[in-house]
Design a protein. Structure first.
Length: 171
């Protein structure tokens, strides 16, 4: 596939900013305990067609994580409203995932600040299924079957730690 660039969308207002947010500070409306695999009953079944059509079970998740880490490092230093981003990925699957994450074809991954303290929490408004797949949270046998992934998840290394920072459009 190779390199490509995009400008991260910001369609929710001038006060919204792309920033690197630790996974442990995100609240998911449909996943009360993502590290325990506690998802609403229809969480994965309602989304498996999107994943299977794009063959996300065959994606190079390590490549996606490397690219997202670069973006998160940049946003950690300087949050931005609509950053110009460059990626280098092995196939159209990874490119499509990143484009969707940043708001091409679907709304971007976004969250609203719940409080204004030093340890601000964010309630995910859109993209929780992408975050959960990217973080490789555990899922039950039925959901793994729908998603066509092994018991080890998308990557044998298991879920990302709660301290892992990911790019999120925040407001």
């Amino acid at each position: 596939m190779g390199a490509f660039s995009l400008t991260a969308n910001n369609e929710i207002g001038s006060n919204a900013t792309w920033r690197a947010v630790p996974l442990g500070r995100l609240e998911f409306p449909q996943a009360s305990e993502p590290y325990e695999g506690a998802f609403d009953d229809d969480f994965w079944p309602s989304r498996h067609e999107e994943y299977n059509r794009l063959e996300w079970d065959r994606m190079d998740w390590n490549a996606v994580r490397r690219q997202m880490n670069r973006v998160s490092d940049r946003l950690e230093r300087q949050p931005e409203t609509s950053p110009e981003l460059e990626f280098d990925v092995p196939s159209i699957r990874e490119r499509t995932f990143l484009e969707m994450w940043f708001g091409y074809g679907d709304p971007s991954v976004e969250a609203t600040a719940v409080d204004g303290t030093a340890s601000t929490r964010y309630r995910v408004g859109y993209g929780q299924h992408r975050i959960c797949a990217y973080a490789d949270y555990p899922m039950g046998t039925r959901d793994r079957g729908l998603m066509r992934i092994p018991a080890s998840g998308f990557l044998p290394s298991g879920p990302l730690s709660p301290g892992t920072r990911i790019p999120v459009l925040t407001h």
